[in-house]
Structure formats: structure tokens, C-alpha cells
Design a protein around this ligand. Sequence first.
Ligand code: NZQ
Ligand code: ZN
Length: 392
Amino acid sequence: MIIIMLNFELYNPVNYVFGKGQIEKLTELVPSNTKILIAYGGGSIFKNGVYDQVKAALPSHDILEFGGIEPNPRFETLMKAVEIIRAEKIGFILAVGGGSVIDGVKFISAAVNFEGDEADILKKRILFKDVSKVIPFGTVLTLPATGSEMNSGAVVTIEATQEKLTLGGSALFPVFSIVDPTVITSLPKRQLQNGVVDAFTHVMEQYLTYTHDALLQDRISESILQTLIEIGPDVVENPSDYKLASNFVWSATMALNGLIQKGVPSDWATHMIGHELTALYEIDHARTLAIIGPNLYRVMFDTKKEKLAQYGQRVWNIQGNSTEEIAEKAIEKTVDFFHKMGMRTKISENAENIEKTADFIVKRFEERGWKAMGEKQNITLEKVRAIVEMSY
Ligand code: NZQ
Ligand code: ZN
């Protein structure tokens, strides 16, 4: 097994504009020589003043608006925006919202000039690498969690088939992202909790694999985890505390902007299984991760125990007599942290009539050919079944 630092390319063209009052900068960041589509979600931006700030910064731009992008954005909804852009010859999209709005805009950006059935973008996992074929877009982030503001991936649900699928490619980075930590003040506690747990699990997916020679990547990952543990419980109580808010927002971006993934193995099976729970039961994304993550570590214990022990020692200061003992305690600490962050870590605590969940997910993965996941490609369908059944 390879344990040296892997070769990598680090490409991230996002102009990341951070801090209080930065929404004003839209005036210079949004092009003025083309029509703009402002895309948003269910309307939170009207209540918390973000919409007003955006509009104030764009007094002379030619703007159309598209609202109603739902949490876990739907292909069917996004296609309506695609039609508007085609008809109105829009040249730039501004996403104002959380991960769902930003992801939705990535799909819209990719779909406008796509030749063929747009659902294939998701079903065939087409990679978008040519910036001249997509509609450029910027973002104003309102919910720290996904890292979508500084990465080129997205997750979209096809309502008709209840499938939650990914898309991406180097052409789908935002041109810029405005990240003002004060916008989190209006977030419901539930969403703040979700944000911390989603960001935490993003780090775990890229860190909790096997021990390797990429020392710096491990230390960066551990520092993000420690920061989230330090501020997470407090920021959900005091989102208007700027020290907490600024560190939360930056940690969430750093967790999934590509940096800690460079040169190291990654897992992502917690997300792949979690996405199915959202598709089936509409459980919030982060909550699915809190259910699946710890059980995946338990089922894959032999594969992950060395890294679990490193995590336990460095992140949680756990002492013990053996790798196994420290690793087991590290899993329990993680579950305790998720509980502290308001998560319920069983499927049955989040949804009803769940008996067939494992059958359903295993069948889907089989149909898609996802028979070997994880950093060692040893999360087989049997393991997936065990993880899901352990989560009931
Ligand atoms: O729709 P509005 O009215 O704006 O309300 C939203 C929504 O109801 C609300 N909200 C957002 N900012 C707010 C606010 N309410 C008050 N004040 C604010 N400042 O919060 C609710 C949830 O928003 P959503 O965007 O769905 O949440 P999140 O950012 O957690 O995004 C979740 C989506 O991102 C995907 C998930 O699968 C899910 O579909 N992910 C995307 C990733 C990526 N692109 O890299 C990676 C992640 O792992 C994840 O899979
Ligand atoms: Zn996530």
C-alpha cells in the first residue's frame, strides 16, 4: 500500500473575499456588461437583510431573479432557471445562500450549454473542465458547512427517481465568494449545528484513512477538527460572537476547499451512504453523517484503527494502553461530540419505517457499480449493509 505523499496538482481559482461588510464588494466583482441572474433559496435572504445588501451593491446592473431553490436542490427546479438563462441570454449568475443554492447554481451553470439530456450530467457524472462552456458565477455564502463556496463540486437530487447525485469539475469553481461571518446570526440553531458537523465530517473523510507520510496534511486536518471542537458548542449558542463566527466560517471552508485532500487518500463513503438517507427520508445532510460516520469507523475498525488512534491522541488527548483502546475511545468521543452538537445518531431517531433501508441502499449501490468504496476500496456491499444496519 502506498504511504508516501501522493503527487498532486493544487488548483483553486476562487477569489475568496472574507469578512464583515464585504458584500459591498459585489459592485466591483459582478460584471456590469452582461445580464445577471440572482439565485436564492426559500427567502431567508429577505428576512436577514442579505438581499438588501446585495441589491444595494448592484444599483446599475441588469438583474433578473430566481428564487425557490430548495434545501437538497432539485434537478426539476434548477431546470427552470436553466430555461430562463437560455431565453434571457444571462451571462453571469450570483448565488446567494447556503450549500444548496450554491450547488444548484453549479448545476445550472453546467447545464445551460450542455448538449443532451441534462439529467445525464448527474447520472453519468460528467466532468466540466472547459470554462468557456459554463456560465460563470459568484456566490454570497449565508451558511457555513459545505465548503461549496470554494470548491468545484455539487450535489443535486432528481426528484422523479429520488436520487441524490454529484457533479463537478475544474470549470465549476465560483469566480468569487463573499463570506461575511455576520450573516450566520440569523441561522436557526439546527442549521448551525449541521454546519459544524458537516465541516467536521469533511475533514474526517479526508483524514481518517490510514497512516501515511503527508505530515502537514494531517496536522492541518487535526487543527481544523480541534478548532471545530473548541468553537462548535459555543457558536451555536452565540452566532453573533465574531470570534466564534469568523473561526467557524473559515474552518468550514478550509475543511472542503481541496487543500487537505492533496497528496493523501480519502474515503467519502460516509457521504455516499448519507446522501441515500437524505434522498429516502429527507434527513438533513449533516445529520446523516453523524449517524453513519461513527458506525463506518466501527465496521471498518481494522482498516482505520491506526489513524483512529492518532486522531484520539492528537485531537482528543486520549491516553490508553493499546492502539485498539485509544481508537475505540476516539469513536466514543466523536459520538459524544455529535450528541453535544444536537445530533441524533440513529436512523430511527430521525425517520420512520426504516426497516428496508439497508436493502434499498445496497441495491442502489449495486446497480451503480459502487461495490468497493473507501480509501482501500474495501467497503464492500456487505460492509455497507453492516454499517447501515448498525445505524438503525
Ligand atoms: O432557502 P433559504 O430560505 O435560504 O433557507 C436556508 C435553508 O432552509 C437556511 N439558511 C441558509 N442561510 C441562512 C438560512 N436561514 C437563516 N439565515 C441564514 N443566513 O438554511 C436551510 C438549509 O440551507 P442549505 O443550503 O440546504 O444547507 P447547507 O449549506 O447545509 O447545504 C446542504 C446541501 O449541500 C450539499 C448537501 O448534500 C445538501 O444538498 N453538500 C454540498 C457539498 C459541496 N458542494 O461540496 C458537500 C457537502 O458534503 C454536501 O453534500
Ligand atoms: Zn458534507
